[in-house]
Ligand binder design. Sequence first.
Ligand code: PXG
Length: 464
Amino acid sequence: MNKITNHLPTAELQAIDAAHHMHPFTADGELKQKGARVITSASGVYLKDSEGEEVLDAMAGLWCVNIGYGRDELADVAARQMRELPYYNTFFQTTHVPAIALAQKLAELAPGDLNHVFYANGGSDANDTNIRMVRTYWAEKGQPERDVIISRWNAYHGSTVGGTSLGGMKGMHGQGSLPIPGIEFIDQPHWWAEGGDTTPEEFGLERAQQLEAKINEVGADKVAAFIAEPVQGAGGVIIAPDTYWPEIQRICDKYDILLIADEVICGFGRTGNWFGSQTVGITPDIMTIAKGLSSGYAPIGGSIVNDKVAAVLAATEFNHGYTYSGHPVACAVALENLRIIEEEKIVDHVRDVAAPYLAEKWHSLADHPMVGETKIVGLMASLALTPNKETRAAFASDAGTVGYITRECSFGNNLIMRHVGDRMIIAPPLVITTAEIDILIERARKSLDQAYEKVKAQGLFVEA
Ligand code: PXG
C-alpha cells in the first residue's frame, strides 16, 4: 500500500518519543523497547494511527471526548477567541465574556443551588482547590479544626499532590510521601471483589455505614467533607449497590459534612443525566468538573459550588487561583461544547438510545467463559474477568496479568478497551451510534475469545 503521510515514519517518531518524551503513568524503559502507538488524527469515535489503522476509541480518549472527535465548530470558536482575546486573567477584579458566559451556563445546567464556578485547568487541580476551599469554609465558620476530608480506597481524584492524597490508590501514595495530613479513607462499594457472602444490598449499606463509623472515630467536629465519584471510573467502573448512596447522603446530612461529588468522569452526560449526582440521587455541596466539560478539546476544569459554601467564601479573600483559571479560549471551547451537547440532545441520546442498546449487548458478554459480572451505567461499563463465575474467584496470577492480555488482544483488534487489574472497562464517546456499538461488541467478544485461549495456553486459567 502506498501511504502518503505528512510526518516522519513511525519508527523514527517512536525513537524520538523514546529519547525525549516522559509519558504519564508509564514505565518508560519498557515503552522504549516496544514503541508508543502514534495517533495522528481522529473523527467521530475513530482514531487513526501513523500506520493508517483505524481504531474504535471505546475510552473517548481518557473518558473525555464526549461529543466525539473532529467537530470543527470547536476549532472555529477557539480560533475566533484567540484572535479576539487570547488571554486575560480573572484575578484583581477583572473578568471576561467567555468566563462569564460559561459560569452562567454551568449554573443553569448544574442541579439545585450549585450556582458558582471556580475555574481550574483540569480535574486534579480542581480537587486541590476543593481541599483548600472546604478547609477555608470551616475556618471561616469558626471551626478551623474541622479539616479532615474522608475519601475512599481505590478512588481516583487526580495526580497532583492534593489529587493523589484524596485518591485512594496506594501505589500512587507510595510515590511522593502522600497523602498529605488530614485525609482519611473508607472502603469502596465494590461488591464483586469485596462483598464476600453478603448480598449487594447488604454490602452497599455496610460500606456506606463505614462513613458514619469513620466520622465517629475522627470526631464529627473534625470532619470537613466527604469526597467521592458517583461512579468510580479509573478504579474500574465500580457501580455502587442501590442501597449505598441514600445512606451516604443521610450520613453527610446528619453530621453536616460537606459532600464533594467528583464529576470529572460522570459529568456532562456520561451516566445518562447531565451529572452523575443526578443518576445516583445525591445533592453535593461541590462538584468537581473537567474532561467532558470541553470534551477534551481544551484543558479546563473547575468546582461548581452551592450557595451555602459560596456565601461563606465570599466573606473572605480566598488566596487561591491559577494563571489559567477561566482561560478565555478554554471557556469559549467549553461553552461551544455544551451548546452542541444541548442542541444535539446528546444526553437524551445516551439515556434513550445508546445506553440501553449498549447495556443489552454488554450484558450478553456475560455468557463468555472468562466473564463474571457485567456492569454498566449510561455509557460507562465494566466486566470482571474470572476463572470461576460462581465463586467470583480472582486469578492466581498477579492482578492485572489476565486483564493486560485481554487489553493487548483488544488493541490488536483496533478497539481501545482498557483493563484495571482484571476488570475490562469502556467509556465510548457519547455520540456513538448503535451500528458502532455493534462493532465495539464484536471486537470485544473476539478479544475475549483470543485472550481466553492465551490465558489457558499459558496455564493462567487458575483460581487464586
Ligand atoms: N477526578 C476524577 C474522577 C478523574 O477521573 C481526575 C479527577 C483528574 O483530572 P485531570 O484532568 O487532572 O487528569 C480524574 C482523571 C485512567 C485515567 O487511566 C483517569 C483519569 C486521568 C488519567 C487516567 O483511567 N481521570
